[in-house]
Ligand binder design. Structure first.
Ligand SMILES: C[S@@+](CC[C@H](N)C(=O)[O-])C[C@H]1O[C@@H](n2cnc3c(N)ncnc32)[C@H](O)[C@@H]1O
Length: 319
């Protein structure tokens, strides 16, 4: 087992090297790599409230535990959604600075794990815990919520939108710089209870209250969207109508989530999207489908061309 002194020495070493890495204008390749690794890590830190909560000292420039967390994630010892980003810098996070991090009973690693709860951000756990009792309109179950968190945290989201509201809104408020909630409280508390939840980051949510059938057609989107969830009114043709007003604003790489695909008319939208060039299906969790916007051109929203759409390529043999 390593002594506290060994550990302190290791921490001092990390601190010194991180400080060196921050010096700008270094020309050798190694220093550039160090700077890139640290820059990426700090960029993730800036956008992750769970990391800010777990490693508050990093705000004051003490990156030791944060770098050790990055080493742990980049070595794929944790299932954190930013693994693929950090893994690219594993060579820097891991061998030079955390050589002994993965020895049994390493106090540094134990501390990192305790602070971050096995890679599932603390706020996600908290939101999953409150979801069921949050409102009476039918909320996401734990698995779809965890999957939504996973997909959201993989992305840098400047602007997102959802129809309907609830536990999903709490999650979006932690993952998006600006989240547009097109919703209405039909008495079940899906707006009122979310607004007073301590888990809501209020300054990240813009509430556009009213029936989406009326609010979406008149809303003037100022920015591209990096994530959209359709989970408002479920009767036909409302989710399709919402899709129409939202798909035009999705950026390449954006997340599109369709909930309740067991409802026949929503299933039809799901089947349409599965065959559309603008989307690839990432996964279905329970009855929630997760798509990613491809770089295919945006289908003209004011023209026609039904025959170009994958779903319509083969007309029905008989009706
Ligand atoms: C199934 S719940 C959404 C659950 C939410 N995604 C969650 O994670 O808890 C459906 C939501 O759509 C809202 N809603 C129903 N009809 C609506 C309409 N016409 N326009 C806007 N929102 C509507 C409901 O009030 C409710 O907030």
């Amino acid at each position: 087992m390593r002594s506290e002194k060994q550990n302190d020495l290791e921490i001092d070493h990390v601190r010194t090297t991180v400080a060196e890495a921050m010096v700008t204008g270094g020309h050798d390749r190694k220093k550039r790599t160090q700077q890139d690794a640290l820059r990426s890590l700090l960029d993730i830190y800036r956008h992750r409230s769970d990391l800010k909560k777990a490693f508050p000292e990093a705000k004051a420039g003490d990156y030791v535990r944060l770098v050790q967390w990055a080493a742990w994630v980049s070595a794929n010892e944790s299932s954190d959604p930013v693994f693929s980003i950090l893994h690219g810098y594993e060579q820097w996070y891991l061998p030079e600075h955390n050589l002994h991090l993965f020895q049994d009973h390493n106090p540094a690693l134990e501390d990192v794990k305790m602070r971050i709860h096995d890679g599932v951000p603390a706020f996600v756990k908290d939101i999953i815990d409150v979801a069921e009792g949050l409102h009476q309109c039918g909320t996401f179950g734990p698995e779809p919520l965890a999957a939504l968190a996973d997909h959201l945290l993989k992305r840098h989201i400047e602007c997102s939108a959802e129809t309907g509201s609830g536990a999903s809104t709490l999650l979006f408020s932690h993952s998006s710089d600006l989240h547009l909630a097109f919703t209405i409280d039909s008495g079940g508390g899906s707006v009122d209870n979310v607004k007073i939840s301590p888990l809501l980051r209020q300054d990240h949510v813009l509430w556009i209250e009213g029936p989406t059938q009326l609010t979406l057609p008149t809303y003037r989107f100022q920015e591209k969207l990096q994530a959209v969830l359709i989970d408002g009114p479920h009767a036909y043709p409302f989710p399709d109508l919402e899709y129409y007003y939202l798909y035009q604003h999705l950026e390449t790489g954006a997340l599109l989530v369709i909930d309740d695909i067991q409802i026949p008319t929503i299933h039809n939208l799901f089947e349409f999207l599965r065959k559309d060039a603008m989307f690839v299906l990432d996964e279905v969790v329970d009855t929630t489908a997760f798509f990613t916007r491809t770089d295919a051109p945006t289908f003209c929203p004011i023209g026609d061309g039904w025959w170009e759409q994958g779903y319509n390529k083969t007309p029905l043999a008989q009706v």
